[in-house]
Design a binder for this molecule. Structure first.
Ligand code: AHR
Length: 509
Protein backbone atom coordinates (compact mmCIF):
# COMPACT_ATOMS: atom_id res chain seq x y z
CA UNK A 1 0.00 0.00 0.00
CA UNK A 2 1.23 3.49 -0.90
CA UNK A 3 0.64 6.33 1.61
CA UNK A 4 -0.05 9.93 0.66
CA UNK A 5 -0.72 13.07 2.71
CA UNK A 6 -2.13 16.40 1.70
CA UNK A 7 -3.73 19.46 3.25
CA UNK A 8 -6.97 21.09 2.14
CA UNK A 9 -7.03 24.67 3.35
CA UNK A 10 -8.96 27.60 1.84
CA UNK A 11 -5.96 29.85 2.47
CA UNK A 12 -4.00 28.15 -0.33
CA UNK A 13 -5.85 29.37 -3.40
CA UNK A 14 -4.71 28.92 -6.99
CA UNK A 15 -7.57 30.81 -8.64
CA UNK A 16 -11.26 30.73 -9.39
CA UNK A 17 -12.61 27.83 -11.46
CA UNK A 18 -13.65 29.43 -14.73
CA UNK A 19 -16.68 27.43 -15.85
CA UNK A 20 -15.25 27.55 -19.37
CA UNK A 21 -12.58 25.05 -18.23
CA UNK A 22 -15.23 22.41 -18.89
CA UNK A 23 -15.58 23.04 -22.59
CA UNK A 24 -15.90 20.64 -25.49
CA UNK A 25 -15.45 20.65 -29.24
CA UNK A 26 -17.71 19.73 -32.19
CA UNK A 27 -16.00 19.58 -35.57
CA UNK A 28 -17.43 18.73 -38.97
CA UNK A 29 -15.36 15.57 -38.89
CA UNK A 30 -16.38 11.92 -39.13
CA UNK A 31 -19.67 11.39 -37.30
CA UNK A 32 -19.38 14.17 -34.72
CA UNK A 33 -21.97 16.47 -36.30
CA UNK A 34 -23.79 14.17 -38.75
CA UNK A 35 -25.29 11.15 -36.89
CA UNK A 36 -23.75 12.57 -33.70
CA UNK A 37 -25.38 15.92 -32.94
CA UNK A 38 -27.66 15.94 -35.98
CA UNK A 39 -29.68 13.04 -37.39
CA UNK A 40 -33.16 14.10 -38.51
CA UNK A 41 -34.21 10.49 -39.19
CA UNK A 42 -33.27 9.26 -35.72
CA UNK A 43 -36.19 8.07 -33.52
CA UNK A 44 -35.24 10.62 -30.85
CA UNK A 45 -34.76 13.54 -33.28
CA UNK A 46 -36.11 16.90 -32.20
CA UNK A 47 -38.04 19.16 -34.57
CA UNK A 48 -34.67 20.71 -35.51
CA UNK A 49 -33.22 17.34 -36.46
CA UNK A 50 -30.97 17.08 -33.39
CA UNK A 51 -30.55 13.70 -31.71
CA UNK A 52 -32.57 13.94 -28.49
CA UNK A 53 -30.66 11.09 -26.84
CA UNK A 54 -27.37 12.90 -27.50
CA UNK A 55 -28.76 16.19 -26.20
CA UNK A 56 -29.74 14.41 -22.97
CA UNK A 57 -26.25 12.96 -22.58
CA UNK A 58 -24.59 16.31 -23.36
CA UNK A 59 -26.67 18.01 -20.66
CA UNK A 60 -25.61 15.25 -18.25
CA UNK A 61 -21.95 15.57 -19.28
CA UNK A 62 -22.19 19.27 -18.53
CA UNK A 63 -19.84 21.07 -20.95
CA UNK A 64 -20.13 24.81 -20.56
CA UNK A 65 -18.80 25.98 -23.95
CA UNK A 66 -18.46 24.14 -27.28
CA UNK A 67 -15.93 25.08 -29.97
CA UNK A 68 -17.12 24.79 -33.61
CA UNK A 69 -16.82 24.04 -36.62
CA UNK A 70 -13.16 22.89 -36.48
CA UNK A 71 -10.44 21.91 -36.19
CA UNK A 72 -8.76 21.28 -39.52
CA UNK A 73 -12.17 21.49 -41.20
CA UNK A 74 -12.49 25.22 -40.56
CA UNK A 75 -9.42 26.02 -42.67
CA UNK A 76 -11.34 25.29 -45.88
CA UNK A 77 -14.85 26.19 -44.69
CA UNK A 78 -17.21 28.71 -46.28
CA UNK A 79 -19.63 29.55 -43.50
CA UNK A 80 -22.25 31.00 -45.88
CA UNK A 81 -22.71 27.52 -47.44
CA UNK A 82 -24.25 26.47 -44.13
CA UNK A 83 -27.01 29.08 -43.80
CA UNK A 84 -30.42 29.49 -45.45
CA UNK A 85 -32.79 26.94 -46.96
CA UNK A 86 -31.54 23.40 -46.35
CA UNK A 87 -32.37 22.21 -49.86
CA UNK A 88 -30.45 25.09 -51.43
CA UNK A 89 -27.20 24.53 -49.55
CA UNK A 90 -24.30 23.31 -51.69
CA UNK A 91 -22.45 20.04 -51.28
CA UNK A 92 -18.71 20.65 -51.09
CA UNK A 93 -15.50 18.73 -50.87
CA UNK A 94 -14.08 18.87 -47.35
CA UNK A 95 -10.37 18.68 -48.06
CA UNK A 96 -9.32 18.30 -44.43
CA UNK A 97 -11.03 14.93 -43.93
CA UNK A 98 -11.56 13.94 -47.58
CA UNK A 99 -15.31 13.96 -47.04
CA UNK A 100 -18.43 15.32 -48.68
CA UNK A 101 -19.96 18.17 -46.71
CA UNK A 102 -23.74 18.48 -47.13
CA UNK A 103 -23.95 21.76 -45.17
CA UNK A 104 -27.23 20.64 -43.60
CA UNK A 105 -25.84 21.82 -40.28
CA UNK A 106 -24.32 25.30 -40.10
CA UNK A 107 -23.88 28.22 -37.75
CA UNK A 108 -27.60 28.82 -37.12
CA UNK A 109 -28.22 25.15 -36.36
CA UNK A 110 -25.17 25.13 -34.11
CA UNK A 111 -26.37 28.10 -32.07
CA UNK A 112 -29.87 26.58 -31.75
CA UNK A 113 -28.27 23.29 -30.69
CA UNK A 114 -26.17 25.15 -28.09
CA UNK A 115 -29.29 26.74 -26.63
CA UNK A 116 -30.91 23.31 -26.29
CA UNK A 117 -27.73 21.76 -24.88
CA UNK A 118 -27.35 24.75 -22.50
CA UNK A 119 -23.80 25.55 -23.61
CA UNK A 120 -22.06 28.67 -24.82
CA UNK A 121 -21.00 28.65 -28.50
CA UNK A 122 -17.31 29.24 -29.33
CA UNK A 123 -16.72 29.90 -33.02
CA UNK A 124 -13.60 29.51 -35.16
CA UNK A 125 -13.02 31.57 -38.31
CA UNK A 126 -11.25 30.31 -41.42
CA UNK A 127 -7.77 31.85 -41.64
CA UNK A 128 -6.52 29.04 -43.90
CA UNK A 129 -8.14 29.70 -47.29
CA UNK A 130 -9.77 32.93 -46.12
CA UNK A 131 -8.94 36.03 -44.14
CA UNK A 132 -10.03 39.32 -42.57
CA UNK A 133 -13.09 40.00 -44.77
CA UNK A 134 -14.75 36.63 -44.23
CA UNK A 135 -14.09 36.67 -40.49
CA UNK A 136 -15.69 40.10 -40.24
CA UNK A 137 -18.65 38.97 -42.39
CA UNK A 138 -19.31 35.93 -40.19
CA UNK A 139 -19.13 38.09 -37.06
CA UNK A 140 -21.51 40.63 -38.59
CA UNK A 141 -23.89 37.82 -39.54
CA UNK A 142 -23.79 36.40 -36.02
CA UNK A 143 -23.57 39.39 -33.69
CA UNK A 144 -24.77 42.57 -35.42
CA UNK A 145 -28.36 43.29 -34.32
CA UNK A 146 -29.96 44.30 -37.64
CA UNK A 147 -30.02 46.76 -40.52
CA UNK A 148 -27.14 45.41 -42.61
CA UNK A 149 -27.21 42.85 -45.39
CA UNK A 150 -25.66 40.09 -43.29
CA UNK A 151 -27.49 40.77 -40.02
CA UNK A 152 -30.76 40.96 -41.95
CA UNK A 153 -29.89 37.70 -43.69
CA UNK A 154 -29.56 36.05 -40.27
CA UNK A 155 -32.94 37.50 -39.29
CA UNK A 156 -34.47 36.27 -42.54
CA UNK A 157 -33.02 32.85 -41.77
CA UNK A 158 -34.98 32.79 -38.52
CA UNK A 159 -32.65 34.25 -35.88
CA UNK A 160 -34.20 37.61 -35.01
CA UNK A 161 -31.89 38.15 -32.06
CA UNK A 162 -28.11 38.27 -32.54
CA UNK A 163 -26.31 35.03 -31.71
CA UNK A 164 -24.06 37.11 -29.45
CA UNK A 165 -21.08 34.75 -29.69
CA UNK A 166 -18.37 35.98 -27.31
CA UNK A 167 -15.38 33.69 -27.93
CA UNK A 168 -13.76 33.42 -31.38
CA UNK A 169 -10.75 31.37 -32.46
CA UNK A 170 -8.57 33.06 -35.07
CA UNK A 171 -8.09 29.99 -37.27
CA UNK A 172 -6.86 26.54 -36.30
CA UNK A 173 -3.39 24.97 -36.01
CA UNK A 174 -1.87 27.08 -38.77
CA UNK A 175 1.63 25.97 -37.69
CA UNK A 176 0.86 22.46 -39.00
CA UNK A 177 2.05 21.54 -42.52
CA UNK A 178 -1.17 19.46 -42.85
CA UNK A 179 -3.32 22.54 -42.35
CA UNK A 180 -5.01 23.98 -45.44
CA UNK A 181 -3.43 27.42 -45.76
CA UNK A 182 -0.51 26.55 -43.44
CA UNK A 183 1.52 29.66 -42.60
CA UNK A 184 4.78 30.77 -41.10
CA UNK A 185 4.53 32.18 -37.58
CA UNK A 186 5.10 35.71 -38.86
CA UNK A 187 2.47 35.40 -41.61
CA UNK A 188 -0.06 34.01 -39.16
CA UNK A 189 0.77 36.52 -36.42
CA UNK A 190 0.17 39.44 -38.80
CA UNK A 191 -3.07 37.93 -40.11
CA UNK A 192 -4.31 37.19 -36.58
CA UNK A 193 -3.56 40.77 -35.52
CA UNK A 194 -5.34 42.33 -38.51
CA UNK A 195 -8.32 39.97 -38.19
CA UNK A 196 -8.60 40.67 -34.47
CA UNK A 197 -8.51 44.44 -34.94
CA UNK A 198 -11.18 44.33 -37.65
CA UNK A 199 -13.40 41.97 -35.64
CA UNK A 200 -13.24 44.27 -32.62
CA UNK A 201 -14.53 47.10 -34.82
CA UNK A 202 -17.65 45.01 -35.52
CA UNK A 203 -18.08 43.91 -31.91
CA UNK A 204 -15.70 45.29 -29.25
CA UNK A 205 -16.95 42.71 -26.75
CA UNK A 206 -15.51 39.63 -28.46
CA UNK A 207 -12.83 37.51 -26.79
CA UNK A 208 -10.20 36.32 -29.24
CA UNK A 209 -7.96 33.26 -29.26
CA UNK A 210 -4.71 33.22 -31.26
CA UNK A 211 -3.44 29.84 -32.45
CA UNK A 212 -0.58 28.44 -30.46
CA UNK A 213 1.17 25.27 -31.58
CA UNK A 214 -0.68 22.15 -32.71
CA UNK A 215 1.14 20.17 -30.04
CA UNK A 216 4.23 20.41 -27.88
CA UNK A 217 6.09 17.98 -30.17
CA UNK A 218 6.11 20.47 -33.05
CA UNK A 219 9.69 21.54 -33.91
CA UNK A 220 8.51 25.16 -33.72
CA UNK A 221 6.79 24.81 -30.31
CA UNK A 222 7.36 27.97 -28.22
CA UNK A 223 9.14 29.87 -31.04
CA UNK A 224 5.80 29.80 -32.93
CA UNK A 225 4.01 31.30 -29.90
CA UNK A 226 6.76 33.87 -29.41
CA UNK A 227 6.70 35.10 -33.02
CA UNK A 228 2.90 35.02 -33.32
CA UNK A 229 2.35 36.90 -30.07
CA UNK A 230 5.01 39.47 -30.94
CA UNK A 231 2.60 40.46 -33.76
CA UNK A 232 -0.78 40.11 -32.06
CA UNK A 233 -0.23 40.23 -28.27
CA UNK A 234 -2.30 43.35 -27.65
CA UNK A 235 -5.05 42.32 -30.07
CA UNK A 236 -5.93 38.94 -28.51
CA UNK A 237 -7.04 37.60 -25.13
CA UNK A 238 -5.95 33.97 -25.27
CA UNK A 239 -3.29 31.82 -26.89
CA UNK A 240 -4.33 28.26 -27.63
CA UNK A 241 -2.64 25.02 -26.66
CA UNK A 242 -3.53 21.65 -28.19
CA UNK A 243 -2.22 18.35 -26.81
CA UNK A 244 -3.42 14.78 -27.20
CA UNK A 245 -2.15 11.79 -25.23
CA UNK A 246 -1.56 8.52 -27.09
CA UNK A 247 -1.61 5.27 -25.08
CA UNK A 248 -0.27 3.18 -27.98
CA UNK A 249 3.09 1.56 -27.20
CA UNK A 250 3.25 2.88 -23.62
CA UNK A 251 3.04 0.97 -20.36
CA UNK A 252 -0.04 1.87 -18.29
CA UNK A 253 2.23 3.50 -15.68
CA UNK A 254 3.92 5.73 -18.26
CA UNK A 255 0.60 6.65 -19.83
CA UNK A 256 -0.90 7.55 -16.43
CA UNK A 257 1.81 10.24 -16.13
CA UNK A 258 0.28 12.23 -19.03
CA UNK A 259 -1.00 14.95 -16.70
CA UNK A 260 2.58 15.86 -15.84
CA UNK A 261 3.18 16.53 -19.53
CA UNK A 262 0.12 18.79 -19.71
CA UNK A 263 1.37 20.66 -16.60
CA UNK A 264 4.67 21.31 -18.37
CA UNK A 265 3.00 22.30 -21.64
CA UNK A 266 0.76 24.87 -19.94
CA UNK A 267 3.72 26.24 -17.96
CA UNK A 268 5.73 26.59 -21.19
CA UNK A 269 2.98 28.47 -23.03
CA UNK A 270 2.38 30.77 -20.07
CA UNK A 271 6.12 31.47 -19.77
CA UNK A 272 6.39 32.21 -23.50
CA UNK A 273 3.37 34.51 -23.51
CA UNK A 274 4.62 36.35 -20.42
CA UNK A 275 8.06 36.72 -21.98
CA UNK A 276 6.52 38.40 -25.03
CA UNK A 277 4.40 40.58 -22.75
CA UNK A 278 7.55 41.65 -20.89
CA UNK A 279 9.37 42.38 -24.16
CA UNK A 280 6.44 44.53 -25.30
CA UNK A 281 6.22 46.21 -21.88
CA UNK A 282 2.55 45.26 -21.82
CA UNK A 283 0.52 45.21 -18.63
CA UNK A 284 -1.88 42.64 -20.10
CA UNK A 285 -1.51 38.99 -19.23
CA UNK A 286 -2.90 36.53 -21.75
CA UNK A 287 -4.83 33.45 -20.69
CA UNK A 288 -4.33 30.02 -22.21
CA UNK A 289 -7.16 28.31 -24.10
CA UNK A 290 -6.44 24.57 -24.07
CA UNK A 291 -9.03 24.17 -26.78
CA UNK A 292 -8.10 20.64 -27.88
CA UNK A 293 -7.09 18.03 -25.32
CA UNK A 294 -7.87 14.37 -24.80
CA UNK A 295 -6.64 10.81 -25.05
CA UNK A 296 -6.30 9.82 -28.72
CA UNK A 297 -5.04 6.42 -29.99
CA UNK A 298 -3.41 8.40 -32.75
CA UNK A 299 -0.80 5.75 -33.67
CA UNK A 300 -3.63 3.33 -34.50
CA UNK A 301 -5.18 5.73 -37.00
CA UNK A 302 -5.04 4.64 -40.62
CA UNK A 303 -5.18 7.87 -42.63
CA UNK A 304 -4.83 5.86 -45.83
CA UNK A 305 -8.38 4.55 -45.30
CA UNK A 306 -9.76 7.96 -46.31
CA UNK A 307 -10.06 7.09 -50.01
CA UNK A 308 -13.56 7.75 -51.35
CA UNK A 309 -15.37 11.04 -51.00
CA UNK A 310 -18.21 10.13 -48.63
CA UNK A 311 -20.42 11.90 -46.10
CA UNK A 312 -19.89 11.36 -42.38
CA UNK A 313 -17.32 8.58 -42.70
CA UNK A 314 -16.58 7.16 -39.23
CA UNK A 315 -13.23 8.63 -38.19
CA UNK A 316 -11.13 8.02 -35.07
CA UNK A 317 -13.97 6.52 -33.04
CA UNK A 318 -11.64 5.42 -30.25
CA UNK A 319 -13.08 3.17 -27.55
CA UNK A 320 -11.87 4.19 -24.12
CA UNK A 321 -11.00 2.01 -21.14
CA UNK A 322 -10.47 2.53 -17.41
CA UNK A 323 -6.86 3.69 -17.80
CA UNK A 324 -8.00 6.30 -20.34
CA UNK A 325 -10.61 7.55 -17.87
CA UNK A 326 -7.94 7.88 -15.16
CA UNK A 327 -5.75 9.86 -17.58
CA UNK A 328 -8.66 12.13 -18.53
CA UNK A 329 -9.18 12.67 -14.80
CA UNK A 330 -5.52 13.61 -14.43
CA UNK A 331 -5.72 16.00 -17.38
CA UNK A 332 -8.74 17.68 -15.76
CA UNK A 333 -6.76 17.97 -12.51
CA UNK A 334 -3.90 19.57 -14.45
CA UNK A 335 -6.27 22.12 -16.01
CA UNK A 336 -7.73 22.96 -12.60
CA UNK A 337 -4.24 23.24 -11.08
CA UNK A 338 -3.63 26.01 -13.63
CA UNK A 339 -6.91 27.81 -12.98
CA UNK A 340 -5.00 31.07 -12.56
CA UNK A 341 -3.86 31.01 -16.22
CA UNK A 342 -6.10 28.60 -18.15
CA UNK A 343 -9.36 30.38 -18.94
CA UNK A 344 -10.86 27.97 -21.48
CA UNK A 345 -10.37 24.27 -22.14
CA UNK A 346 -12.19 22.06 -24.66
CA UNK A 347 -12.06 18.31 -24.60
CA UNK A 348 -11.84 17.12 -28.20
CA UNK A 349 -14.30 16.07 -29.34
CA UNK A 350 -17.88 15.74 -28.03
CA UNK A 351 -19.54 12.88 -29.94
CA UNK A 352 -18.09 9.84 -31.76
CA UNK A 353 -14.75 11.44 -32.79
CA UNK A 354 -12.40 10.67 -29.84
CA UNK A 355 -15.38 11.44 -27.67
CA UNK A 356 -17.04 10.81 -24.31
CA UNK A 357 -20.35 10.10 -26.11
CA UNK A 358 -20.74 7.42 -28.78
CA UNK A 359 -23.69 6.74 -31.05
CA UNK A 360 -24.84 4.18 -33.57
CA UNK A 361 -26.51 5.66 -36.62
CA UNK A 362 -30.22 5.05 -36.10
CA UNK A 363 -29.39 3.32 -32.81
CA UNK A 364 -28.43 4.02 -29.22
CA UNK A 365 -26.07 6.56 -27.67
CA UNK A 366 -23.91 5.71 -24.65
CA UNK A 367 -21.34 7.07 -22.22
CA UNK A 368 -17.71 6.08 -22.76
CA UNK A 369 -15.50 5.60 -19.68
CA UNK A 370 -14.04 9.11 -20.10
CA UNK A 371 -17.54 10.60 -19.83
CA UNK A 372 -17.51 10.13 -16.07
CA UNK A 373 -14.47 12.13 -14.90
CA UNK A 374 -15.53 15.02 -17.11
CA UNK A 375 -19.16 14.95 -15.90
CA UNK A 376 -18.16 14.73 -12.24
CA UNK A 377 -15.55 17.48 -12.44
CA UNK A 378 -17.86 19.77 -14.43
CA UNK A 379 -20.64 19.28 -11.89
CA UNK A 380 -18.63 19.43 -8.69
CA UNK A 381 -15.44 21.50 -9.15
CA UNK A 382 -16.80 24.90 -8.13
CA UNK A 383 -15.46 28.04 -6.53
CA UNK A 384 -11.70 28.27 -5.97
CA UNK A 385 -9.04 25.70 -6.77
CA UNK A 386 -6.90 24.95 -3.72
CA UNK A 387 -3.22 24.00 -3.77
CA UNK A 388 -3.07 20.64 -1.94
CA UNK A 389 0.62 19.72 -2.42
CA UNK A 390 0.48 15.91 -1.98
CA UNK A 391 3.38 14.29 -0.16
CA UNK A 392 3.74 10.87 -1.79
CA UNK A 393 6.34 8.54 -3.32
CA UNK A 394 7.22 8.80 -7.01
CA UNK A 395 7.82 6.20 -9.72
CA UNK A 396 9.91 6.26 -12.87
CA UNK A 397 7.59 7.12 -15.78
CA UNK A 398 10.24 6.88 -18.54
CA UNK A 399 9.90 10.03 -20.70
CA UNK A 400 8.06 11.93 -17.97
CA UNK A 401 10.72 11.27 -15.29
CA UNK A 402 9.85 10.80 -11.62
CA UNK A 403 6.09 11.12 -11.25
CA UNK A 404 4.04 11.07 -7.99
CA UNK A 405 1.68 8.09 -7.51
CA UNK A 406 -1.07 10.47 -6.44
CA UNK A 407 -2.45 13.25 -8.63
CA UNK A 408 -4.93 15.44 -6.77
CA UNK A 409 -6.55 18.83 -6.50
CA UNK A 410 -9.42 20.30 -4.49
CA UNK A 411 -11.99 23.02 -4.94
CA UNK A 412 -13.78 25.08 -2.33
CA UNK A 413 -17.03 26.90 -3.02
CA UNK A 414 -17.24 29.67 -0.45
CA UNK A 415 -20.93 30.25 -1.07
CA UNK A 416 -22.15 26.71 -0.36
CA UNK A 417 -19.12 25.65 1.67
CA UNK A 418 -18.74 22.54 -0.55
CA UNK A 419 -15.27 21.02 -0.80
CA UNK A 420 -14.50 18.57 -3.62
CA UNK A 421 -11.35 16.47 -3.75
CA UNK A 422 -10.44 14.98 -7.15
CA UNK A 423 -7.74 12.31 -7.13
CA UNK A 424 -6.10 9.70 -9.36
CA UNK A 425 -4.11 6.75 -8.01
CA UNK A 426 -1.47 6.16 -10.69
CA UNK A 427 -0.20 2.91 -9.21
CA UNK A 428 -0.98 -0.04 -11.46
CA UNK A 429 -0.93 -2.62 -8.68
CA UNK A 430 -1.30 -1.03 -5.23
CA UNK A 431 -4.03 0.66 -3.21
CA UNK A 432 -3.18 4.18 -2.13
CA UNK A 433 -4.00 5.25 1.43
CA UNK A 434 -4.78 8.95 1.34
CA UNK A 435 -4.78 11.10 4.50
CA UNK A 436 -6.05 14.65 4.04
CA UNK A 437 -5.78 17.19 6.81
CA UNK A 438 -8.98 19.23 7.09
CA UNK A 439 -8.40 21.30 10.23
CA UNK A 440 -9.62 24.38 8.35
CA UNK A 441 -13.04 22.75 7.94
CA UNK A 442 -13.98 21.61 11.47
CA UNK A 443 -17.72 21.51 10.75
CA UNK A 444 -17.60 19.60 7.50
CA UNK A 445 -19.02 16.15 7.00
CA UNK A 446 -18.55 13.57 4.31
CA UNK A 447 -21.25 13.89 1.64
CA UNK A 448 -20.13 11.25 -0.82
CA UNK A 449 -17.18 9.39 -2.30
CA UNK A 450 -16.97 7.57 -5.61
CA UNK A 451 -14.33 5.58 -7.42
CA UNK A 452 -14.03 4.61 -11.07
CA UNK A 453 -11.80 1.53 -11.42
CA UNK A 454 -11.96 -2.10 -12.57
CA UNK A 455 -9.97 -5.30 -11.96
CA UNK A 456 -9.03 -5.14 -15.66
CA UNK A 457 -7.97 -1.62 -16.72
CA UNK A 458 -8.83 -2.54 -20.31
CA UNK A 459 -12.57 -2.71 -19.48
CA UNK A 460 -14.64 -0.50 -21.79
CA UNK A 461 -18.27 0.53 -22.27
CA UNK A 462 -20.21 -0.36 -25.42
CA UNK A 463 -23.72 -0.20 -26.86
CA UNK A 464 -24.35 -3.67 -25.38
CA UNK A 465 -22.71 -2.86 -22.01
CA UNK A 466 -23.03 0.91 -21.62
CA UNK A 467 -22.44 0.89 -17.86
CA UNK A 468 -19.64 -1.65 -17.53
CA UNK A 469 -17.44 1.20 -16.26
CA UNK A 470 -19.10 3.80 -14.08
CA UNK A 471 -18.26 5.52 -10.78
CA UNK A 472 -19.41 3.52 -7.74
CA UNK A 473 -19.54 4.54 -4.07
CA UNK A 474 -16.24 4.13 -2.25
CA UNK A 475 -17.03 2.82 1.23
CA UNK A 476 -13.41 2.93 2.35
CA UNK A 477 -13.54 6.67 3.16
CA UNK A 478 -13.86 8.15 6.67
CA UNK A 479 -13.72 11.60 8.23
CA UNK A 480 -12.82 12.04 11.90
CA UNK A 481 -10.84 14.47 14.07
CA UNK A 482 -10.13 16.74 11.12
CA UNK A 483 -8.64 13.93 9.00
CA UNK A 484 -10.10 12.44 5.87
CA UNK A 485 -8.83 8.94 5.15
CA UNK A 486 -9.52 7.11 1.90
CA UNK A 487 -8.30 3.98 0.17
CA UNK A 488 -8.00 4.56 -3.57
CA UNK A 489 -7.69 1.41 -5.72
CA UNK A 490 -5.00 1.05 -8.41
CA UNK A 491 -5.58 3.02 -11.65
CA UNK A 492 -8.59 4.86 -10.30
CA UNK A 493 -10.38 8.18 -10.62
CA UNK A 494 -11.87 9.36 -7.33
CA UNK A 495 -14.21 12.11 -6.18
CA UNK A 496 -14.74 12.89 -2.49
CA UNK A 497 -17.24 15.53 -1.41
CA UNK A 498 -17.53 17.39 1.87
CA UNK A 499 -19.95 20.03 3.01
CA UNK A 500 -20.66 21.98 6.19
CA UNK A 501 -23.20 20.25 8.42
CA UNK A 502 -25.46 23.28 8.19
CA UNK A 503 -25.60 23.13 4.39
CA UNK A 504 -25.84 19.54 3.24
CA UNK A 505 -25.28 19.19 -0.51
CA UNK A 506 -28.28 17.86 -2.35
CA UNK A 507 -26.64 16.15 -5.33
CA UNK A 508 -26.33 12.40 -4.69
CA UNK A 509 -22.92 10.82 -5.30
O1 AHR B 1 -9.60 16.83 -33.17
C1 AHR B 1 -9.08 16.28 -34.36
C2 AHR B 1 -8.09 17.18 -35.06
O2 AHR B 1 -6.94 17.30 -34.28
C3 AHR B 1 -8.51 18.61 -35.28
O3 AHR B 1 -9.24 18.79 -36.45
C4 AHR B 1 -7.21 19.34 -35.39
O4 AHR B 1 -7.31 20.68 -34.99
C5 AHR B 1 -6.26 18.51 -34.53
O5 AHR B 1 -5.06 18.28 -35.15
Amino acid sequence: MISANLTIDPAFRVGAVDRRLFGSFAEHMGRCVYTGLYEPEHPTATGDGFRGDVLDLVRELGPTIVRYPGGNFVSGYRWEDGVGQLDERPRRLDLAWRSLESNQFGVDEFVTWCEQARVEPMMAVNLGTRGVADAVDLLEYCNHPEGTQLSDLRRANGAKEPHDIRVWCLGNELDGPWQIGHKTAFEYGRLAAETARAMRKVDPGVELVACGSSNTGMPTFATWESTVLQECYDAVDYVSLHNYYDPVGKSVGDFLASGVDLDRAIDAVVATADHVGARLKSRRRLQVSVDEWNVWYVSDWDEQAMVDWVEARPLIEDTYDVADAAVVGSLLISLLRHADRVGIACQAQLVNVIAPIRTETGGPAWRQTIFHPFAQAAALARGEVLRVEPRVACYDATDHGEVPYLDATATYDEESGAVTLLAVNRSTDQDLELSAELRAFPDHRLVGATTLAAPDVRTTNSAAHPDAVTPVPNHRVTLSDGWLRAILPPVSWNVIRLAPDTNPATTPS
